[in-house]
Each structure stands twice: as structure tokens, then as C-alpha cells.
Design a protein around this ligand. Sequence first.
Ligand SMILES: Cc1cc2nc3c(=O)[nH]c(=O)nc-3n(C[C@H](O)[C@H](O)[C@H](O)COP(=O)(O)OP(=O)(O)OC[C@H]3O[C@@H](n4cnc5c(N)ncnc54)[C@H](O)[C@@H]3O)c2cc1C
Length: 164
Amino acid sequence: MHGMTKREFQITDEAKIRQILDSAKVLHLGLAVDNEPYVVPMNYGYRLEEGKLTLYLHSAVQGKKLEMIRANSRVFFEMDCDRMPFEGKVPCQYGLVYSSIMGRGTACIVEDVEEKKQAMSLLMKTQTGKDFSFEDRLVSIVSVIRIDVTEYTAKHRPLPEKLR
Ligand SMILES: Cc1cc2nc3c(=O)[nH]c(=O)nc-3n(C[C@H](O)[C@H](O)[C@H](O)COP(=O)(O)OP(=O)(O)OC[C@H]3O[C@@H](n4cnc5c(N)ncnc54)[C@H](O)[C@@H]3O)c2cc1C
């Protein structure tokens, strides 16, 4: 992936990356088929083990994003949190504090019932902080998408020093 221009804003600390993954709640999933880009906001669950990030999404069993994933499994995503606008004397001094993660990976539609149940539990844990378990019947009526993330970067834009 192209290096970050403002390197001083890059986050590599895993605890901080987890904070963003726990807080953002919504990711923007970028797909592309036949030179047609498509971005769709979605809730997610995540697993971060030994630096490997896996994302799980759930959706209805049909729709445009599923058709696009079947046609091209390469995806990009963005998620962000901690948004706080700040002001300045002139327009170019205005800005936004934020934390964000962007990355790429390969998406697949999960068919295995046990993995679907685990994915839904992870999704609920990320979204609500609570533990839920799922029955076969419940996961049979949703599609679960797994994104095996191959590369990602995290960034935090802080409040400018003179405003702290
Ligand atoms: C904050 C947020 C969280 C969401 N979380 C989830 C989630 O976890 N799972 C999930 O399945 N869906 C979620 N949605 C809804 C999701 O964004 C899509 O609307 C839905 O998944 C259908 O996508 P699709 O590609 O199957 O579109 P289709 O139903 O096939 O519709 C295709 C067309 O409808 C229009 N369209 C689709 N979605 C939207 C939209 N959100 N806003 C405006 N126009 C749209 C577009 O023009 C698109 O080309 C969320 C939406 C928001 C805003």
C-alpha cells in the first residue's frame, strides 16, 4: 500500500488499533467490478490475532454488494471514530480530530454454519460489547462475509498543539 504522507500521524500500537476497531462501529466497504466502484456502509465484527486482522459483516442473502463480491473478491475498507471538529482564525486552520483505519483484503461469503455463528457472535461483541450465541436457524437467514485483511494502516489526527 502507498505510504502515509503524514507519517507522524500513523498508529502502530495494537492497543490503540483495537480502540479504533471497538469504537468505529461502521465500515465503508469499497468494491469494484468492470471499472465501476461501489461503496457501502456496514456494521462489522473483528478478530485481531498475532497482527492478523479478520473482519466479519452480515447482510441479507441478496443484493448488489454480494453480487460484486462474487465477481471480484478484492475489497478496500475504511472506518473512523473520535471525530471532533476544531476552529481556527482562518478557514484553513479549521479541521477535524479523527482516528481511522484503512486497508485492503479478500472477501468471501461464509457457508460453514459454525463459522457463521462465531462471526455473528464477534459482530455482536464488537457492536454492543456483549456476548451472544446464535442458533443454526438464525444464521441460515443471513449472509456472512469474511474479509481476510492483507494490509492496513491506522491514523490519528490529533488536536493541533496550539489548541491543546
Ligand atoms: C450506518 C449503516 C450501517 C449499516 N449496516 C449494515 C449491515 O451491517 N449490513 C447490511 O447488510 N447493511 C447495512 N447497512 C445498509 C447498507 O448500507 C445497504 O443499504 C444494504 O446492505 C444493501 O446493500 P446492497 O449492496 O445489497 O444494495 P441493494 O439493496 O442491492 O441496492 C442497490 C442500490 O441501492 C442503493 N443503496 C444501497 N444501499 C444504500 C444506502 N445505504 N444508502 C443509499 N442508497 C443505497 C444504491 O444506489 C445501490 O446501487 C447499513 C447502512 C448504514 C447507513
